[in-house]
Design a binder for this molecule. Structure first.
Ligand SMILES: [Cu+2]
Length: 369
C-alpha cells in the first residue's frame, strides 16, 4: 500500500513537473504544466487543480506553482553591495555580526598598525636620517610582546569562531522538515523524505537566445542570470530545516549565501546540517564545489513561504505532512489500479482523471500569494 502510494505520488509529481529525470538537461516546453494538469494527479485532486488551472506563463514555475517575485537586496547578489548578503538565519546573522563587528575592525586595526610601523621605519631609519645604524639584536621585552599579542588576538578570534562552527552543526530537532539535496553533473535533484517522498529536479533556466523557439527561457521574474531554475524548491519559514546532501557522481556543494549554508554533497555519504529561515522570500545559490565542465550552471532557487503555504504546496505535489493522513484521493486510486502502481507511467493518473477538476477557486484562494 505504502509502495503503491509512493509510486502514485511519484507519477503525480513527475506529471506535474512535466519532465522525467532523463529529460532533465533539456527544459520542457512551457505548455507542459497545463497538459500535465489536465491529466491531474492521483493524490489530492483539489490543490493541484488550483495551481494547474493557471495559464502557462514564464512567470510560473514549470510545475505550475505560483512564482514568487524576486525581492531586491534579498537572497541574491546585488550590484555595488560591498558586504555579505543580508542573512535570514540565526547562524547567518551571527556570522555576519562576527564579520562586521570583530573580524573587519580587527583586520583594519592590524593593517593600519603595520602600515604605520612601516612608514615610521622608512622615514625615521632611512640612510640620510640614520647614518650609523644601531647594532641591537635582542630585546626580551619586545619579543615577549610580539609573541603574546598575536596569540591573544588568535584566541580572541577563535572563541566566537568555534562557537559559530559548533552552532552550524547543531542537529535538527525532531519536528524539522527534511530536505535532501542530491548533486548531479550538472543539476540538483531534491527529495522530501518526510513529505511523502516528493521529488524535484531543478535545472538552470537558459537565456532566450540559447533555447529553441517555444522552449522556456529565463525572465527577470525567474531570477538573475545563471541563478534561476525551472523548478524551485519550497521551504517553510520559521520551521527548522534538516538539510541532507549527497551526490550521484562527483563532489558538489549546496550553497545558499543568505542562509549561511555551504555543505558539500559527497557521493556515498550523507552530510547534514540544519537552519531556520526567518523571512519569506526567494533565495538563490549555486553549486560551490568545482564539479566539472558545467559547474557554473547548477543554480539553487529556494522559495521560503509561511508553513500553511508550504503545506499547500506539499499537497499540490502529491505529498503529505508528517502525522497527517495520506491524501484521500490516493487511496481509491491505489486500490483501483494496484497493478499500475510500481511503474510511474500513464496508467495511474488516467484512473483518477475524472476526479481531478474539483474546486479550483477555493484551493487557489488558499495557496494564492
Ligand atoms: Cu556541482
Amino acid at each position: 500500500m505504502r509502495i503503491a502510494f509512493k509510486g502514485l505520488a511519484l507519477a503525480a509529481s513527475l506529471a506535474l513537473a512535466g519532465l522525467m529525470p532523463a529529460a532533465a538537461q533539456a527544459p520542457a516546453k512551457q505548455e507542459a504544466p497545463v497538459a500535465a494538469a489536465a491529466a491531474a494527479p492521483a493524490a489530492n485532486a483539489a490543490a493541484p487543480a488550483a495551481t494547474a488551472a493557471k495559464p502557462a506563463s514564464p512567470e510560473l514555475a514549470m510545475d505550475g506553482a505560483p512564482a514568487m517575485t524576486v525581492k531586491p537586496m534579498l537572497g541574491q547578489p546585488t550590484d555595488g553591495l560591498m558586504t555579505i548578503q543580508p542573512q535570514v538565519t540565526a547562524n547567518g546573522r551571527r556570522a555576519h555580526s562576527f564579520h562586521d563587528h570583530i573580524l573587519l575592525p580587527l583586520i583594519t586595526a592590524i593593517s593600519l598598525f603595520v602600515l604605520a610601523l612601516l612608514i615610521w621605519v622608512v622615514i625615521r631609519y632611512r640612510r640620510a636620517a640614520n647614518p650609523v645604524p644601531s647594532k641591537t639584536s635582542h630585546n626580551t621585552a619586545i619579543e615577549i610582546v610580539w609573541t603574546l599579542v598575536p596569540v591573544l588576538i588568535l584566541v580572541a578570534v577563535a572563541v566566537p569562531s568555534i562557537g559559530l562552527l559548533n552552532a552550524q552543526y547543531k542537529p535538527a530537532p525532531a519536528n524539522a522538515v527534511t530536505l535532501k539535496a542530491i548533486g548531479n553533473q550538472w543539476y540538483w535533484s531534491y527529495q522530501y523524505p518526510d513529505n511523502g517522498g516528493i521529488e524535484i529536479t531543478a535545472n538552470l533556466l537558459k537565456e532566450k537566445d540559447q533555447v529553441a523557439a517555444g522552449e522556456r527561457y529565463r525572465t527577470d521574474a525567474d531570477g538573475p542570470r545563471l541563478l534561476a531554475t525551472d523548478n524551485r524548491i519550497v521551504l517553510p519559514v520559521g520551521v527548522p530545516i534538516r538539510l541532507i546532501t549527497t551526490a550521484n557522481d562527483v563532489i558538489h556543494s549546496w550553497a545558499v549565501p543568505a542562509f549561511w549554508i555551504k555543505l558539500d554533497a559527497v557521493p556515498g555519504r550523507l552530510n547534514e546540517t540544519s537552519f531556520t529561515i526567518e523571512k519569506p522570500g526567494l533565495y538563490f545559490g549555486q553549486c560551490s564545489e568545482l564539479c566539472g565542465a558545467r559547474h557554473g550552471y547548477m543554480p539553487i532557487a529556494v522559495e521560503a513561504v509561511p508553513p500553511a503555504e508550504f503545506a499547500a504546496w506539499v499537497k499540490a505535489k502529491g505529498g503529505s505532512m508528517p502525522g497527517e493522513a495520506k491524501p484521500a484521493a490516493a487511496a481509491p486510486a491505489a486500490a483501483a489500479a494496484p497493478a499500475a502502481a510500481p511503474a510511474a507511467n500513464a496508467a495511474a493518473p488516467t484512473n483518477t482523471a475524472e476526479a481531478a477538476p474539483a474546486n479550483a477557486a477555493t484551493a487557489e484562494a488558499a495557496t494564492g500569494r
